[in-house]
Design a protein around this ligand. Structure first.
Ligand code: UT7
Length: 320
């Protein structure tokens, strides 16, 4: 059976940079608070006319060119519309036909879940050439008056091209969910439970609501569990992994994870200082930058790990 292998990567980030210093003028915060509590210095914000499918297109157009793509999975929690799915809109933009398309919603863990779905399509022979995309336009779902959330998030998109290969590829994964924690990170309104109304808009219920300290605690535990399970399933140790790509939400979360699992700083990829938390796009943008900056070489073992609303979490082991 062929393994699913990432053979190309792409990303797109809005040009507009929103710095911590600018945020000081918008809410009662400081560069010092944001930097020491999160590690974030700046994030990208898309212009108001951009949609999640635009970003997905810009991230994937170069890797999709001239490829016989038969599957598109888009991870997004900020889709253009409830339906049609962003993946369907993307197939049209890319000029593709004969292509299965669907969106996947698993908050910040969404890219890992989408990659796993793509892997299983390929391994089962249901797809020969897939693009897996994460596109998150978080800025349109932020309450810009809430300092506890607006300093954390940013916009961005990333994409990978997945094909069957005899050598290398995705070799293992672990996924889990704790549905009891659904309430600590959510967008309450806009779904069937609380459809849009004057009241939901007035109360800002279409924006991200989070119990930060609870999310923080659980994020460290969940990512530790996911890493440990993948490593033990493959009789590997931390030393066998060349690079860890953790979800980019907070540098303190990443540092605690390193400390718990005795992972050296050089083996933890971090770019959240430049982008903030781009939800599911964080993992794939980080992977793209790690590959293109030479941090990942052929034959390396890479472990991606993510956690997010749901509470979803998971890890993916890749032989590059
Ligand atoms: O993708 C997964 C989703 N997200 C995450 O993983 C985020 C997880 N959580 C976190 O990263 C952290 O909990 C935060 C960065 C959100 C908050 O950091 P914290 O150290 O847990 O702070 P806190 O929420 O306990 O708040 C400490 C203080 C509070 O003031 P008082 O009550 O001590 O007077 C907050 O009101 O900091 C205050 N605060 C701020 N001060 C300045 C909260 N946000 C800000 C802010 N600027 N932006």
């Amino acid at each position: 059976m062929k393994k699913a292998k990432i053979v190309a990567l792409g990303k797109w980030l809005p040009e507009r940079i929103l710095t911590n210093v600018e945020l000081e003028k918008m809410v009662e915060t400081s560069d010092e608070w944001i930097t020491t509590r999160t590690g974030i210095k700046e994030r990208r914000i898309a212009s108001s006319d951009i949609t999640a499918s635009d970003m997905a297109y810009l991230a994937s157009k170069d890797i999709a060119r001239n490829e016989p793509i038969d599957l598109i999975i888009v991870s997004t929690s900020t889709s253009d519309t409830i339906f049609p799915g962003t993946a369907c809109l993307l197939s049209e933009r890319l000029g593709l036909s004969n292509c299965a398309c669907f969106d996947l919603s698993a908050a910040c863990t969404g890219f890992s879940y989408a990659l796993e779905c793509g892997r299983r399509f390929i391994e089962a022979g249901g797809s020969k050439c897939a693009i897996i995309v994460a596109s998150e336009l978080t800025s349109k779902f932020i309450n810009w008056k809430d300092r506890s959330t607006c300093v954390l998030f940013g916009d961005g998109a990333g994409a990978v091209l997945l094909k069957g290969a005899d050598k290398g590829g995705i070799i293992g994964s672990y996924f889990n969910t704790n549905g009891k924690l659904g309430d600590i990170l959510k967008i309450p309104a806009g779904g069937s439970k609380m459809p849009a109304s004057l009241e939901t808009v007035e109360k800002n219920l279409h924006t991200i609501q989070m119990d930060g300290p609870e999310v923080f605690k659980y994020a460290v535990l969940a990512m530790s569990e996911a890493i440990e399970r993948v490593l033990s399933n493959h009789s590997l140790s931390v030393n066998d992994i060349s690079l860890f790509i953790p979800h980019q939400a907070n540098l303190r979360i990443i540092n605690l994870l390193s400390k718990r699992l005795k992972i050296s700083d050089e083996k933890m990829f971090v770019n959240l200082n430049r982008y903030g938390n781009m939800m599911s796009a964080s993992s794939v943008v980080a992977l793209d930058e790690a590959v293109k900056s030479g941090r990942i070489k052929e034959g390396d073992l890479i472990l991606m790990v993510a956690v997010g609303g749901g509470f979803t979490y998971g890890a993916t082991l890749i032989e590059w």
